[in-house]
Ligand binder design. Structure first.
Ligand code: SAM
Length: 211
């Protein structure tokens, strides 16, 4: 399957809706973020192995999350779980004048992501190595926070790091969980369950223990 074929499929299935997200997915070559042996599957709508028992997210999940989060050109975003950087790179195509902080606990993946961003000339993503399960308070507040790994609970420490009108998107559950959207508005918190999802576990102080 080719990139355009996949994008058309995601539009038909209703995952891709807005022109910003569609263009951003068109602009990012997913094969760059995938190990050599798996590159032939780059435009299959499925997660793929990236080493260290981790995966690159499925394109439909990146689409669902970006359509729900709706970052803007000047947003300040925190991503928890960089992997090799695909989701962050698509986000960066929307957040053209803003900044993305992306935290990854596995140093080798963080380094790979940095290389991939360099290869594609993406300059507004800062990759940090560490445990992002309690967010990244030193750069807070953020207009948008999302995790690409599944947390045990909706941790209030993450909600605290949102600015006024901020949005948080968090998978909650052990591998098979639910995707929660939290919106802050005038000091009030609104929570919405966007449905089932499957992610690798978030490992860390605010996450699960490493098995
Ligand atoms: N964003 C990636 C993409 O676009 O393909 C998805 C990567 S994978 C599904 C989730 C990542 O979260 C893994 O690389 C894993 O190491 C990382 N992770 C798990 N727990 C973490 C934590 N507490 N802090 C930072 N990263 C974490």
């Amino acid at each position: 399957m080719e990139k355009e074929e996949l994008i058309e499929k995601l539009i038909k299935q209703g995952y891709l809706k807005s022109k910003e997200v569609i263009q951003a997915m068109r602009d990012v070559p997913r094969e760059v973020f995938i190990p050599e042996s798996q590159k032939k599957y780059a435009y299959y709508d499925t997660p793929l192995e990236i080493g260290y028992s981790q995966t690159i997210s499925a394109p439909h999940m990146v689409a669902i999350m970006l359509e729900a989060l709706k970052p803007e050109q000047d947003s300040k975003v925190l991503e928890i779980g960089t992997g090799t950087g695909y989701h962050a790179a698509v986000t960066a195509k929307i957040v053209k004048n803003g900044k993305i902080y992306s935290i990854e606990r596995i140093p080798e993946l963080a380094e790979k992501a940095r290389e991939n961003f360099k290869k594609l000339g993406i300059k507004n993503i800062e990759v940090i190595v560490g445990d992002g399960s309690l967010g990244l308070p030193e750069h807070a507040p953020y207009s948008h926070i999302y995790a690409t790994c599944s947390a045990p609970s909706l941790n209030p420490r993450l909600i605290e790091q949102l600015d006024e009108n901020g949005k948080l998107l968090l998978p909650v559950g052990r591998i098979y969980g639910e995707l929660w959207l939290i919106e802050k508005k005038k000091g009030k918190i609104r929570k919405k369950n966007l449905g089932g999802c499957a992610f690798v576990p978030m490992i860390g102080k605010g996450g699960y223990n490493e098995d």
